[in-house]
Design a protein around this ligand. Structure first.
Ligand SMILES: [Zn+2]
Length: 431
């Protein structure tokens, strides 16, 4: 219903090719977008006065001189900068943004699922047409959300999901802080594993039950009771088992890691990305470069952790000094030429303000183009679907956004996205 209501509004607004009742012919809607400025993220350059032809859900052609087919609806973005739909490689859309994780116990799984619906909506409307969601407390709520979006039941970005956190007992991805005689329901302790074989078992189950990638917790965490972000959790043997078993199902592994040794353990084990990478040292940076490991560093969310009035005191203690260290190490990694993606840990900050991280990425060493590439081509490469999204190229999904102004001159214009198209459907168009 949401999608239908949205589409009806858009039909009225644009009389577009998305409205079959108002079209005499084509069965597959055709849309021509006029882009005043066009960011070619693959070549790292800006073009002007480009035309983008969208047929159905796909981009059919891009260029300065295209023949406009009869019946094509024209979307005029000639006063805007057009770029590919953004990708956040570290979100938690299916969880609620609770300062206190134990609040999850106050809701049923169904209540959490319904309450999380706006998270997906605001993320899409902020210009993020794809996310890599990296863990949920209620196991498989993320799988259900991904599928609900794909079926058009709710609106949101294309989601790639983890299904659950794979974590040691009482570890960074576990529901901790309860009295020892409290028994958690199955879905709040699903990913607990304590040996290479238990890790393999969990991955086998997750692969069968719909996970797109595997999330492991290599070190302690900031936002977990009783956890120490500077401690090692999974051993090298367990991490190698995770990468090996995930590989058997064609899945990649994302490793949460703050401590330097835990980061290096994960890289050596062959993970696709290290999340946070907070205390990465020079050896870790060299290893990431050597292995081609992506660093997915959430350098904005410190602002939210420190400013939220209800952040638990032990979390603030964990967080002390880590934010600044992470930003310094981000600068080092960028200078060293490590592969970087855009990941915000959305859910720590409220959903929908993901783009605020861009300004921090530029402040701490990226060019605006590098920051945009981290959220487009690099993200698509990490997720493993560069053929589907990450650039505005013929054959790819029509995931296209536009902003008023030039993000290469002022990256913060990405915080106000005026136009959002995902898979050929327009979800937002502010004139
Ligand atoms: Zn996270």
């Amino acid at each position: 219903m949401l999608k239908q209501a949205c589409l009806w509004t858009l039909c009225v607004a644009f009389l577009s090719a998305h409205c079959p009742a108002q079209q005499s012919s084509p069965a597959v809607p055709l849309t021509l977008i006029r882009a005043g400025k066009f960011i070619d993220v693959e070549a790292g350059r800006t073009l002007t006065n480009q035309l983008i032809l969208v047929r159905g859900t796909r981009i059919e052609a891009v260029g300065a001189q295209l023949t406009i087919p009869e019946g094509a609806a024209v979307v005029d973005l000639s006063n805007m900068t057009v770029l590919p739909g953004l990708v956040d490689c570290h979100t938690h859309l299916a969880d609620l943004a609770d300062a206190e994780p134990l609040d999850v116990l106050k809701r049923t799984a169904a209540e959490a699922a319904y309450a999380a619906i706006p998270n997906a909506r605001v993320t899409l409307l902020a210009g993020f047409t794809t996310v890599r969601d990296v863990g949920v407390y209620r196991a498989f709520n993320d799988v259900a959300m991904r599928d609900a979006i794909a079926k058009g039941i709710i609106i949101g970005p294309r989601m790639y999901v983890a299904g659950a956190y794979i974590t040691i007992s009482e570890g960074a991805g576990a529901m901790t802080g309860l009295a020892p005689d409290i028994q958690l329901p199955w879905d709040l302790q699903y990913g607990v594993a304590n040996s290479p074989w238990e890790v393999r078992q969990k991955i086998r189950e997750l692969a069968h039950r719909g996970a797109d990638h595997i999330k492991v917790l290599s070190t302690g965490a900031v936002l977990t009771h009783g956890s120490n972000p500077k401690s090692i959790e999974f051993t090298p043997e367990e991490l190698r088992a995770a990468v090996d078993e995930a590989g058997n199902f064609g899945l990649r592994v994302a490793a949460h890691a703050h401590a330097a040794e835990g980061i290096k353990n994960a890289i050596r084990a062959g993970v696709a990305s290290v999340e946070h990478a907070t205390l990465i040292d020079d050896e870790g940076i060299a290893l990431a470069k050597q292995h081609g490991t992506y660093l997915d560093m959430d350098i904005y969310d410190e602002e939210c952790i420190q400013s939220a009035p209800d952040t638990p005191a032990d979390f603030l203690q964990h967080d002390r000094d880590l934010g600044e260290a992470q930003r310094r190490n981000f600068t080092k990694a960028v200078r060293a030429g490590v592969k970087m993606t855009f990941g915000t840990d959305a859910g720590v900050c409220p959903h929908g303000i993901n783009a605020r991280q861009f300004a921090f990425m530029v402040k701490y060493g990226m060019t605006p183009m590098q920051a945009i590439q981290s959220a487009t081509v690099n993200a698509a490469d990490l997720i493993g679907h560069p053929e589907l999204f990450g650039s505005i190229t013929a054959g790819k999904s029509a995931d296209i956004i536009a902003v008023k102004g030039d993000p290469l001159a002022d990256i913060r214009v990405l915080e106000h996205v005026a136009f959002v198209m995902k898979e050929g459907t327009i979800y937002k168009h502010e004139q």
